[in-house]
Design a protein around this ligand. Structure first.
Ligand SMILES: Nc1ncnc2c1ncn2[C@@H]1O[C@H](COP(=O)(O)OP(=O)(O)OP(=O)(O)O)[C@@H](O)[C@H]1O
Ligand SMILES: Nc1nc2c(ncn2[C@@H]2O[C@H](COP(=O)(O)O)[C@@H](O)[C@H]2O)c(=O)[nH]1
Length: 222
């Protein structure tokens, strides 16, 4: 077999050999910046796509159904739980959030990477189910005051909602040690560069490079 007979990937996605996709999870206390970093990653890396969650919370201004979230009723969410349509689900700030199974499992086999903006509860569930596919990144704010400034500055939540998110921030931060990587999001570009380096390194893990065995065998053939 020559090297041309191996499925080839774009070098930017982690090399020239076939590879299993990965589940790139980004969590943080609300307001630390994971949505912002996620958007930058999706814009600049064509090899990763968003795992779009279902939620029962109402859309924020500018959010698009099917892109930011699948916005569903509580009854529909409960039906999906009963029919085991979620890879994981959790209640956050009084609303239900869940990761639909359908898309992700098939995509991983094809070498598709998925980005998850989910909380620590969902991260634990995904890790228990699909440990080898999961990469867990936790973003921290540079300070609690800056976190409050960001939530206020975002201008999407009422004072009550911001107070609830600040109230919960310390308990969310306490889950930092359940992650493989922790990055402080002080300067946005520096944080983005670090996240991108993590993704690049994880793509090169030997266990993910499913094309290696054939390739190495061929190199070793006299
Ligand atoms: N490094 C940064 N410096 C300054 N502002 C930032 C930085 N990162 C993000 N922000 C701003 O902070 C606000 C909150 O960011 P973002 O919405 O990405 O947080 P989040 O972690 O996704 O929150 P949530 O969990 O509530 O969705 C946004 O207005 C964003 O523009
Ligand atoms: N366990 C899950 N958590 C999720 C999912 N989708 C989002 N989230 C987390 O919820 C909070 C609030 O998000 P917001 O968009 O309402 O501000 C945040 O921590 C998200 O990471 C999911 O499918 N599962």
């Amino acid at each position: 077999m020559d090297s041309a007979s191996h499925p080839i990937q774009d070098a930017a996605a982690g090399g020239s050999l076939a590879r299993r996709g990965l589940m790139f999870i980004m969590s943080s206390p609300s307001g630390a910046g994971k949505t912002t970093i996620s958007r930058m990653l999706l814009e600049r890396d064509e090899h990763i796509c968003m795992s779009v969650s279902c939620t029962t919370r109402p859309p924020r201004p500018g959010e698009v159904d099917g892109k930011d979230y699948h916005f569903v009723s509580q009854a529909e969410f409960d039906r999906m739980v009963a029919d085991e349509e979620f890879l994981e689900w959790a209640t956050v700030f009084g609303n239900s959030y869940g990761t639909p199974k359908a898309q992700v499992k098939a995509g991983l086999k094809e070498g598709q990477d998925y980005l998850f903006d989910i909380d620590w509860q969902g991260t634990q569930q995904l890790y228990q189910k699909l440990e080898r596919d999961v990469v867990r990144v936790f973003l921290l704010p540079p300070s609690i005051d800056e976190l409050r400034r960001r939530l206020t500055g975002r201008g999407t939540d009422s004072e009550d909602v911001i107070a609830a998110r600040m109230e919960r921030a310390r308990s969310e931060i306490s889950h930092w040690d359940g992650y493989d990587y922790v990055v402080v999001n002080d300067d946005i570009d520096a944080c983005f560069d670090k996240v991108r380096e993590i993704l690049a390194a994880e793509r090169m893990r030997r266990a993910r490079q499913t094309g290696l065995i054939g390739f190495v065998r061929e190199l070793m053939t006299p």
